[in-house]
Ligand binder design. Structure first.
Ligand SMILES: Cc1cc2nc3c(=O)[nH]c(=O)nc-3n(C[C@H](O)[C@H](O)[C@H](O)COP(=O)(O)OP(=O)(O)OC[C@H]3O[C@@H](n4cnc5c(N)ncnc54)[C@H](O)[C@@H]3O)c2cc1C
Ligand code: SF4
Length: 337
């Protein structure tokens, strides 16, 4: 690990000033991702800006929805009564990730900005355009079982690893950020980006901006939702494919529906055309299969992850069926007997 300075910000303004200091500074919140990356020499900040004392640790009512401060821990979000009652898909997604200890330390802002779990990204001895732009991509034609099947580029095929963000995509949350020129909001769908020819950039957040909060809209789809996570082990593993599905039904007819996929792209993956195919249709396996077929028709698998295409298709159908069937659907209900 390289030597670095440490400063603690007392206000958001101080944090923004410190990050713009030119010392290759990084914010540190829970530290559960950043410190690992520093130990692997993937991140080499000259300065750490500790933001843990900023007043961004509350969940507040906001325009009929909820404003989740960037420093609210993953555990505090998942177990907040308002989130459990009104946005259960978010609780469920968070509880499907990491472990209790990690969720107690990890923050909302840090979860949004956690970096890919591509093996090559963590291994200094291999080429990786995300870690070292222009060095190549070890995963293309290499070991790529866990990699993306949608939205890849010839520079990077990494996936975004967060569970929380998949639920936020289905809920159409927004991210409130602040920088030297003030505050702005970014729809979750535009916060994470595809790799294109700049795979080193995971998000559209400016280098001098801080995440202040994630804002949830009023509609939480508490009646019909699911977060389905498929992985190699039942706990302590990242998703091979996950699906957050939310729905509103009128009788057996679908009035509104959204679904987002995790583990398959550089960002939570939505296909709005497939979602529109559900509207006004009966909530049946045939309806869900047609939408799933539409999504996977755009898949471009790599040498080792062709299995993800069929896995994603089946996961979409199953998640939509679970959402249509209604609650309760806690993670513990999903244990394999
Ligand atoms: C063993 C292990 C298993 C895991 N399993 C899962 C899993 O199954 N599913 C899952 O979703 N996640 C999983 N995680 C990842 C975990 O959720 C993240 O490490 C965590 O959410 C990061 O939050 P943090 O507060 O610790 O971020 P930090 O490590 O402090 O920061 C991460 C990044 O975010 C930036 N940052 C933090 N806060 C802000 C802010 N407010 N504004 C701007 N930038 C900010 C930092 O500069 C850094 O670049 C796992 C992690 C570990 C170590
Ligand atoms: S997939 Fe992306 S993160 Fe992984 S080696 Fe290639 S460039 Fe690096």
């Amino acid at each position: 690990m390289n030597r670095f300075d440490y400063v603690r910000a007392g206000t958001v303004e101080e944090a923004v000033q410190a990050i713009a200091s030119g010392a290759n500074a990084r914010f540190i919140a829970g530290g559960t991702n950043l410190v690992d990356l520093m130990k692997y020499n993937v991140e080499r900040p000259g300065r750490l800006v500790d933001i843990t004392r900023l007043p961004l640790d509350r969940i507040e009512e906001q325009d009929g929805g909820l404003r989740i401060g960037a420093l609210v821990t993953n555990a505090a979000v998942a177990y907040d009564g308002r989130v459990e009652d009104r946005y259960p898909v978010l609780s469920s997604a968070i509880l499907a990730g990491a472990t209790g200890q990690l969720r107690n330390a990890a923050t909302t802002g840090g979860n949004l900005l956690q970096r890919t779990r591509c093996y090559y990204f963590y291994d200094e001895g291999t080429p990786c355009n995300k870690r070292l732009p222009g060095s190549g991509c070890g995963a293309i034609g290499g070991v790529n079982r866990i990699h993306a099947i949608f939205g890849t580029s010839d520079q990077c095929i990494a996936t975004h690893p967060s569970d929380m963000c998949v639920a936020l995509a289905a809920l159409e949350a927004t991210v409130r950020v602040a920088g030297p020129s003030g505050e702005r909001t970014i729809p979750l769908s535009e916060f994470h980006r595809l790799p294109g020819d700049e795979p080193e950039r995971d998000t559209t957040l400016g280098a001098d901006e801080i995440v202040l909060s994630v804002d949830l809209p009023a509609e939480g789809f508490a009646g019909h939702h699911t977060y389905l996570k498929l992985r190699d082990r039942l706990s302590y593993a990242f998703a091979l494919v996950s699906v957050a599905a939310v729905m509103e039904l009128e009788g057996k007819t679908i009035k509104a529906a959204r679904f987002a996929l995790g583990g398959v792209a550089h960002k939570p993956w939505r296909n709005e055309e497939a979602e529109r195919m559900l509207l006004g249709k009966p909530a049946t396996r045939e309806t869900f299969s047609a939408a799933a077929d539409r999504v996977v028709s755009e898949a471009k698998p790599q040498s080792e992850n062709g299995f993800k295409v069929e896995l994603a298709r089946r996961a979409i159908v199953r998640a939509l069926e679970q959402a249509a069937a209604g609650t309760p659907q806690s993670q513990s209900d999903k244990r394999i007997a």
